[in-house]
Ligand binder design. Structure first.
Ligand code: SF4
Length: 261
């Protein structure tokens, strides 16, 4: 893989500043935060977002997201649905990442912003607000003023799937975006919402995943902490499998880079 970082960040493989495994770069030190590097990071994420929004690689998902956008749910009949792949949302200079599963048909596929306009988002953003990461506890539509500080949101699959279940080949197709995002920088910590995100983040980092559980922490050699949380889906929150204190605890682990408060 060509090293596209600015010259002042390039070092030999034996220098110890980063380790090189296969085609993956794992930074062993804090990434440079100079303005040139930050600008490059922001540009790279913006470029990925442009690609994602235009992506039509998965025929079944393209058909589904557009069908849902045309037919709409009755309660949103007067709204213009997004109906495309949903891009990254949050702070593009962040060093902490949240990885979910996929947009909801009448949530992010409608509003065009991750976890926006559905019950899962209500739970997640309320918790992020309690933790000081989100500037408001609600996420209703893409122009509601919501902003994240120090966190970027990504997905395992950027298009809404039927029954909220992307097929393995669709996850594999979309994994290219996750891989490119994860290798843009050394992330302090990655919060995986659900077992599928946990598996795919490990796959992307080219490390064997330990067993997924709520509150699981896997500290990589690079220093990145991968933290597991149950997904704030209605199935989990309605049944009590995931409670607010449980989600708060996972977010605190993530903010502490895998260390308990
Ligand atoms: S799921 Fe990912 S790879 Fe497939 S069409 Fe959507 S953005 Fe493209």
């Amino acid at each position: 893989m060509a090293d596209t970082r600015p010259s002042h960040m390039r070092q030999s493989r034996s220098s110890g500043s980063y380790s090189y495994t296969g085609t993956s770069l794992f930074y062993a030190t804090e990434p440079c935060r100079c303005s040139a590097c930050q600008t490059r990071l922001v540009d790279s994420i913006s470029g990925l977002n442009s690609e994602i929004i235009a992506c039509r690689a998965c025929p079944r998902l393209v058909e589904w997201r557009e069908l849902v956008a045309r037919e709409k749910r009755r309660s949103f009949a007067d709204e213009e649905y997004w109906g495309k792949a949903v891009p990254y949302f949050g702070d593009f200079e962040a060093s902490r990442l949240i990885v979910g599963l996929a947009p909801a048909a009448h949530g992010a596929n409608r509003t065009g912003r991750m976890f926006t306009g559905d019950r899962s988002g209500d739970w997640l953003f309320a918790a992020l607000h309690r933790a000081g990461v989100a500037n408001q506890p609600t996420s209703v539509h893409a122009a509601d003023g919501l902003a994240l500080k120090g966190a970027l949101m990504a997905a395992t699959c950027h298009c809404a799937p039927p029954d909220n279940k992307p097929l393995p080949e669709e996850i594999a197709a979309c994994n290219d975006y996750l891989t490119r995002l994860i290798h843009l920088r050394r992330w302090s910590s990655i919060l995986c919402l659900g077992g599928i995100a946990w598996l795919n983040v490990h796959k992307t980092c080219r490390v064997k995943p330990p067993k997924f559980s709520h509150g699981a922490v896997h500290l990589l050699e690079s220093g990145t902490a991968i933290v597991g949380s149950y997904h704030p889906s209605q199935q989990n929150t309605f049944t009590g499998r995931l409670t607010e204190p449980m989600l708060d605890a996972a977010i605190l682990l993530w903010l502490g880079d895998g260390k308990p408060d």
